[in-house]
Write a protein that binds this ligand. Sequence first.
Ligand code: SF4
Ligand code: SF4
Length: 253
Amino acid sequence: MLDLLKLRLRHGYQAIPDIRKAKLIPTFRGFPVIKENKCEDDCTKCKEICPANAIGLNPLSIDLGKCTFCGECEKACSGGAIKFTAQYRLGSTKRETLVIKSGKVFEDYDREAIEAKKEIYKIFGRSLKFRQVSAGGCNGCEMELAATTNVNFDMGRFGIDFVASPRHADGIVITGPITNNMAPALKDAYESISDPRIIIAVGSCAISGGLFQESNKTNRNFLNEVPIDLYIPGCAPHPLTFIHAVLDLLGKK
Ligand code: SF4
Ligand code: SF4
């Protein structure tokens, strides 16, 4: 017992103390800053190299719902029109907000992207349990979601957690492009949760189909039938991106 206590003392407090102030290393690819005035005439190199069809031209834009944050567009752009920053707060309650146009600054995006809902806080503010459904994901998003509950990020301290059964859940977290095989299972899981329920799409695959947008092995009809409460971009999203977005949705400071 004494040894256990000594070990506990030696470990100290391992969770990030103030998660709202956490910073990532500068090389992390998060919010992109786009400056179209730096584009060379008639250049389309970024669009051509993008594997996710995330880049729009005239005006130059990046759809964070499709982007895999591979950084190839930044490397291809000799004029420096696209620069990824380490800002990881990328969640949004509106799909259209995820399209970042030239001139958009992070502070504006951060202010506008997530609309906190009082009724959600009233019901789920103290306890919010999710069932995670991997609908054909590669396990990248799933691993990062699992990390949200580890000793470092400790999402459980906010009353937010994952549970094993949709019957015990208040919402569903979807990862993966929704393959044909997983489409019925996803619908079953959703229908097993009683109203009101929250739906979160995590990762470029779940939000847009990601790299599998053109695949005939996916069935994304479910997303047209239900309202998505929160989109969390990334491939895979950082645990802090997920935790901040859910806290913002709840309106928790
Ligand atoms: S970082 Fe995003 S927008 Fe740029 S090439 Fe990769 S997927 Fe496309
Ligand atoms: S978004 Fe990226 S990490 Fe997540 S399931 Fe798709 S390919 Fe994997």
